[in-house]
Design a protein around this ligand. Structure first.
Ligand SMILES: [Zn+2]
Ligand SMILES: [Zn+2]
Length: 90
């Protein structure tokens, strides 16, 4: 079923949706993420998979599952496969 124009607009403007998106990660997350991937040698810490130079395919996982805890001790580089496995195993 297709959404009408007014429904689309309402979804787009919903303050709750915008806040959810913004609260997900702190604003410096992108640069922290890059630092962690560089620290880990651009490799998955679980299986050692390496990825393209632009870091696509690698994720940075929060060991305590708190997306606001950007302590380097809390962050590990994982490939998307290992990352998914961790979250699915919860
Ligand atoms: Zn992996
Ligand atoms: Zn994760």
């Amino acid at each position: 079923m297709e959404l009408t124009k007014s429904q689309k607009n309402r979804q787009h403007r919903s303050p709750a949706a915008i806040q959810r998106r913004m609260n997900r990660y702190p604003s410096n997350w992108k640069s922290v993420r890059k630092q962690i991937i560089a620290r880990d040698g651009m490799k998955c810490r679980s299986c050692g998979a390496t990825h393209s130079p632009n870091n696509e395919g690698l994720s940075v996982h929060h060991l305590d599952h708190n997306s606001k805890n950007l302590s380097p001790n809390n962050l590990v580089t994982l490939c998307t496969v290992c990352h998914r496995r961790i979250h699915e195993g919860e």
